[in-house]
Design a protein around this ligand. Sequence first.
Ligand code: ZN
Ligand code: ZN
Ligand code: FE
Length: 762
Amino acid sequence: MARPAARRIRVQVTGIVQGVGFRPFVFNLSGRLGLSGWVRNDAQGLVAEVEGEAEAVAAFLAEVTERPPPLAVVEAARVEELAPTGEVGFRILGSEAGERRVPVSPDVATCADCLREVLDPTDRRFRYPFTNCTNCGPRYTIVRDVPYDRANTTMAAFRMCPACQREYDDPTDRRFHAQPNACPACGPRLRLVDAEDAPLATSDPIATAAGLLAAGAIVAVKGLGGYHLACDAANEEAVRRLRLRKHREERPFALMAPTLEAVRALCEVSPEEEALLLSRRRPIVLLRRRQGAAVAPSVAPRYDTLGIMLPYTPLHHLLLAEVGRPLVMTSGNRSDEPIAHEDADALGRLAGIAEAFLLHDREIHIRCDDSVTRVVAGGESPIRRSRGYAPEPLPLPVAAPRPLVAVGAQLKNTVALVKGDRCVVSHHIGDLDNLETLRSFEQAIRHLGGLFDVAPEAVAHDLHPDYLSTAWAEGSGLVRVGVQHHHAHVAACLAEHGRAGPVLGVAFDGLGYGTDGTLWGGEFLVADLTSFRRAAHLLPVPMPGGEQAIRQPWRMAAVWLRASFGERLGDAALDLPARVGERRWRACLRLAETGLNAPLTSSMGRLFDAVAALAGLRCEVTYEAQAAIELEMAADPEEGGAYPFAVAGGPGETLVVDPTPCVRAAVADLLQGFGAATVSARFHRGVASMVVEVLERLRGATGLATAALSGGVFQNRLLVETVVPELREAGFEVLLHRRVPPNDGGVCLGQAAVAAAVLAGG
Ligand code: ZN
Ligand code: ZN
Ligand code: FE
């Protein structure tokens, strides 16, 4: 007779617990511990009842919460004590209806087990490019609807063969309920075609594509979240041809390297960077490049960094192993368009760029660009949060009383959907300046709303009247919560850290619409989630030509020179006016004086532009923040000086930070023959000291000693790594972005956090 069981519990597990192998994990764990009972998915996540010796039950709970399957995220495990029933054996039960609210996991890089099979000549999946299991493979990009079942993915078109079906049905198998499970007999297939969609004669598309790449061809490769354009990263002629055809003048190309050793041959890799490279998210990691690294000059002109990722699908592993060296792997689009993700569209749009197409017949449902990240001040600092990260939910400090959508900013747009305290930030959508991106924006809202069962009743949006996202909010018919751009930046940083404030927020970026109708961007806010006060800001100056001043940093240099020297312009002594042309220079200053098409801005990003132009680095840019990035790279790390800023305003008044002493000092240095290296270093250190000084004054006035740093300017590693130690030295607690980008890609999280708190407050 069976010994009476000491304990029976029911445990409700929430978090990312479906589609990640949790049920077989529970099944196997119970077997190992000698427990009886059952497990199944339900609307909240996963529920199990286990019965056995008290010690074994306790061990079960510890394993479930502390060592769940690799892809699972256990948010909570609620335990209920039950009377033992004497049940024998352990069963996996079918899912209950209504699994809608369960999060869909991000796409996951190929796991070690799958890779071993792909490389094993005796395995039935040898060289099969679509191998996956419960621990890895496509997720977000193939899901059409919930529940996350094969029928609701783009794998529905493929009927599993008996061998795959057996794995799928076997609770002890690694592929138990692996929805995208496939093999060469039943799953998606590759094809290699030319630009006219005519098949290239080959029995091995990967080997042939690799041969083409090695010979200098540009090949479009269909991946997980879209198409890449690939070419040999060491072949200057190929890389230049790609630039020319893609209309991408200078922005660096990302690389994919076959192995970590290949990455190390090009770049220095710290342990933190290595962890990011190898993580299952497999982002592009910005790394310091080695002297003489074997990449074509046109990959990243003038950059001291390279953006590199490791293969994240079996197709990438096989292709890269075959080529044996790093490839340029840039998103398959022309400049500024969204990445192509549908075959017909890709062939149409990329036909003039790629000479061959490595395609497959597994549809991509949601386009998802590669994520970009880097290590700053000892931790991850995301630059683009997309594939591998989205749609993993982020917690909000204050739960929203009703479901809402946050529509983000105009540039680097992402959107967020909120239910309770869960905030799902979308994949990278892009700059909302064309119809194609707007469509993708609307699709993301619909799709995420469906996947996470959020029917928004309210919309959080920017105050900028010209943002397409704002226009969408206005036309949505939802309750609107307008959130000032820099408040959203600071709130995003707060939300990431689970804080509600108040804090001293520093929001430095290119531009954002201020509550006074001018363009802000050099802001110190005393802020909590529901409100903010503009406590200090950069001295506003005209931005002559509006948008033009963004593309032509010399315009901001002209304005700051005029502001710093007045009519007796020191600019005569600099060669900048001569280089841009005296006539244009004077016309620009006239524009600034009249104020016509010269909106006022307190932007810190524009001040970086101005200094970059003064230092002779850049008069014009071809992409956003290019001048500031080049200024950062130019800095002499040995230089210790700092340019002064003046801070005006008494206690209780809004402080105004005046950079003209800084500009005058920079000009004096330049006239004495110092170069960009010195000027850049002294400027960065000057900005850092100014931040500390202003925050110290604000701490004196408010008693607040926590600083939240946000806005695109804080993507600048030199600035962050200079200012953070100084702030800590001065006794501040510093909050940096670690989960969403400091740039406008993080704005929707801040909007969501503010709207949730505002609505919760009444
Ligand atoms: Zn796997
Ligand atoms: Zn099969
Ligand atoms: Fe911004």
